[in-house]
Write a protein that binds this ligand. Structure first.
Ligand SMILES: [Zn+2]
Ligand SMILES: [Zn+2]
Length: 345
C-alpha cells in the first residue's frame, strides 16, 4: 500500500509498504478514506520528536472498518469510524477514571517504535488496536471532513477551552491561530465568553479566526499582552489557551492573563524544560494547566455538536492533496503556505 514515511530531517517519502494485518483480538483494520497533516507531524519533520526511519506517519484519520478481531464488540466491517490519535485500553485504572490520555498501555499512531510501534494514518490502511476504545462511529450523514478532527485537533481545542475555566462574560486569549487555535476559537464560544482574542503572526490565520468570532491580534503589529491589557482596563484576559507549544507562546499565555486567571496549555512543547515564572504565578494567583488531550472523553459529544452545526471544524481545511504529494504537503505546511491539509487517498 501507499504511505508517507519518515526518512530524516525534512525528509518524508511516499513509499510502497506492506499492507498491515490484524495482530490482536481487539484490533480493527481500517481502509483510510481521509487523513490529515497535523502540527505535531512537523515535530517529526523537524526532528523534535524521535521517530525511527521508515516509520509510517500520520495520526488524524477516518476510514471504513474492513476487518475486526474476535473481541471487537462495537464495530463490524463496513462501519465508518473516526480514530483518536492514540489508543486506550478502556479497562486500566486510569481509563476507568476517564483519563484515557493517561491509559497505562496507550500507544500513538504514526510516531514509530518509540510511541508504541503503531502504523500511521497517512496511508491507505492502518491497524487500530483496542478498537472499541479508540474508534468512534461517524454519525449517519456526516462527511469525513466534518468528522476527522474530533480524533485530535477538535478534541484538543475543546479540552484546552474546557480547562481554561471560561465563564459567561469572560475575556479569553487564544495564543496561536493555527489549526488548533482556530478550533479553540470555536470551542471557547461554547462556554459563553464575551470576547475571544486570537493572537498570531499570520494574516490568513487571523482572518479565519475573525470569521469564527475572534478579535484578531497580530503580534507583528502590536505587543499582544499590552494590547489585550489596554482593552481590558489594564487587567488582562480572564484565561488563555496556548495552542503552539513554543516557549515564547507559553510565556505570552502566562503574561496575558489577569490576577486569578487560568492558563491552559495544549500546544505540544518543543522543549522538555523551560523557565517557569514561579514568583509571577504566585503573585498573580494563577492556575496553570497543561496536557495532551483526553480525546476519547470528548469524541462523542463533539460529533453531536458538529452534527448540530455548533462547531464547524471542516472550515479550516485549506488544501486537499493526494498521498503522492506528501513531500510537497509537508513543505507547504512547514512554510505556513497551508492552514490545514487533508489527504484524500
Ligand atoms: Zn496531532
Ligand atoms: Zn487504559
Amino acid at each position: 500500500m501507499k504511505a508517507i514515511t519518515y526518512q530524516g530531517l525534512h525528509e518524508m517519502r511516499v513509499e510502497d509498504v506492506p499492507k498491515p494485518t490484524i495482530q490482536g483480538s481487539r484490533d480493527a483494520l481500517l481502509r483510510i478514506t481521509l487523513s490529515a497533516l497535523c502540527g505535531s507531524d512537523l515535530h517529526i519533520y523537524n526532528q523534535r520528536s524521535p521517530v525511527n526511519e521508515g516509520a509510517v506517519v500520520g495520526h488524524e484519520f477516518v476510514g471504513v472498518v474492513e476487518e475486526t478481531g474476535p473481541e471487537v464488540m462495537r464495530f463490524k466491517p463496513g462501519d465508518r469510524v473516526v480514530a483518536a490519535f492514540y489508543t486506550a485500553c478502556g479497562h486500566c485504572d486510569l481509563c476507568r477514571r476517564g483519563w484515557f490520555s493517561q491509559c497505562q498501555s496507550k500507544a500513538t499512531f504514526g510516531h514509530g517504535e518509540f510511541w508504541g510501534g503503531l502504523g500511521g494514518g497517512q496511508a491507505e490502511y492502518v491497524v487500530v488496536p483496542d478498537a472499541d476504545h479508540t474508534l468512534e462511529p461517524i454519525p449517519v450523514g456526516m462527511s469525513d471532513d466534518d468528522a476527522i478532527f474530533v480524533g485530535d485537533i477538535m478534541s484538543t481545542a475543546y479540552f484546552g477551552a474546557e480547562r481554561a475555566e471560561i465563564k459567561p462574560g469572560d475575556v479569553v486569549a487564544v495564543v496561536g491561530a493555527g489549526p488548533v487555535g482556530l478550533l479553540t476559537v470555536q470551542a471557547a464560544q461554547l462556554f459563553g465568553p464575551a470576547r475571544v482574542y486570537a493572537i498570531d503572526f499570520v494574516d490568513q490565520r487571523l482572518e479565519l479566526a475573525q470569521q469564527f468570532g475572534a478579535i484578531p491580534v497580530n503580534g507583528k503589529e502590536v505587543n499582544p499582552v499590552e494590547q489585550i491589557q489596554k482593552e481590558t482596563g489594564g487587567r488582562g484576559a480572564d484565561s488563555s489557551v496556548e495552542c503552539v507549544g513554543v516557549h515564547a507562546a507559553i510565556q505570552t499565555s502566562i503574561n496575558v492573563v489577569r490576577g486569578g486567571g487560568t492558563i491552559s496549555v495544549v500546544g505540544v512543547p518543543d522543549k522538555t524544560i523551560g523557565d517557569f515564572p514561579y514568583i509571577h504565578a504566585w503573585l498573580k494567583d494563577l492556575t496553570f494547566r497543561a496536557g495532551w488531550c483526553n480525546v476519547q472523553a470528548h469524541m462523542r459529544p463533539l460529533l453531536e455538536l458538529i452534527a448540530a452545526g455548533k462547531l464547524k471544524p471542516a472550515e479550516i481545511i485549506s488544501h486537499r492533496m493526494k498521498l503522492d504529494d506528501g513531500e510537497e504537503a509537508y513543505r507547504m505546511f512547514e512554510a505556513h503556505e497551508a492552514t490545514k491539509i487533508v489527504f484524500t487517498g
